[in-house]
Design a protein around this ligand. Sequence first.
Ligand code: NAP
Length: 314
Amino acid sequence: MSTQSPMYSVLVSGASGQVGQSLRHVLDTEETPLFSKNSWGFLDRSSLDLSQSDNLSSVIEGLLDKHAPKAFVHAAAFTAVDAAETQKEAAFTINETATRILAAACAKRNILFVYLSTDFVFAGKSTDQKPFLPSDPIHPIGVYAQSKAAGEKAVQLHGGPHYIVRTSWVFSPFGNNFVKTMLRLAKERLQFLSEPNQQTSARVKPTISVVSDQFGCPTSALDLARALLALITVQSLPYGILHFSNAGPVHWAQLAGAVFEQSNLPITVKPISSEDFAAAAPRPAYSVLENTLDPKARHWKEALAEVLSILKTA
Ligand SMILES: NC(=O)c1ccc[n+]([C@@H]2O[C@H](COP(=O)([O-])OP(=O)(O)OC[C@H]3O[C@@H](n4cnc5c(N)ncnc54)[C@H](OP(=O)(O)O)[C@@H]3O)[C@@H](O)[C@H]2O)c1
């Protein structure tokens, strides 16, 4: 965002992330109430670097003084769950310290602060079947989850009017996500088998191993963006913690299967355990959220079809 930019009613951090790009996409392509798309300002790392703790306060004060926004959507975060295990300081600087500074600066000006948080603040067991409510006690395992939980606490302690919107398993046509990783892996495997020296190509259906003992609800960032737009413009829900995901609890292998099926890719999904996958960070076995932001949110399979069709035409 250049210094010549107009004043914005809503500022969004994390402009180049999934949620930031999805908000922009929805504003660009759909009718939205109250705030016109031109009144939204998107901040990427070049205009708001959250790791610059020395002068972060003054940069934020400057942005808020300049634009006097009515709302701030804080979608930027250290989201590399596995890398966070070895980069604890960076994860907490961005997810806790920067969030606290932002929330406090917004509180001082009575600006609505919307903090995106995660289902990973919970750590349900694989035998659990009851979706988590916003009021349920949290139990973050792993550095990423703990840093996001610390961010939530900072917003509650230092913020003014705020929504903490927890979401889960986000996918979109933008940035990096599980759906795009599955498509890339599938194409690589199919490409490999189609090479001339692969004698078995006609008979072999490539296999991709995917974890099947973690349950959650996939969420289209486009649907999340629509829900955030409605939330911010109408503000009819009481301030505090909200949950948003698409409908339909599932495990990762089932999500992968649907990606391949809807994309007509001849891939076999091999279900494996979290132990076999051996990711660096621990993840909850069950983190299904009770959707309190939009209890009528559509099923993730429908939302997946929309994202795949956008990716197809991209
Ligand atoms: N993805 C999920 O499955 C998921 C699930 C639950 C909750 N959430 C939460 O939802 C929110 C949005 O997630 P997302 O999927 O949109 O994340 P994302 O695609 O990884 O985007 C994160 C954004 O944060 C920015 N960022 C990272 N470090 C920064 C820094 N030091 N200064 C400024 N910007 C920085 C990144 O900028 P660059 O592009 O320059 O790196 C990127 O634009 C996050 O709060 C996340 O914790 C995500």
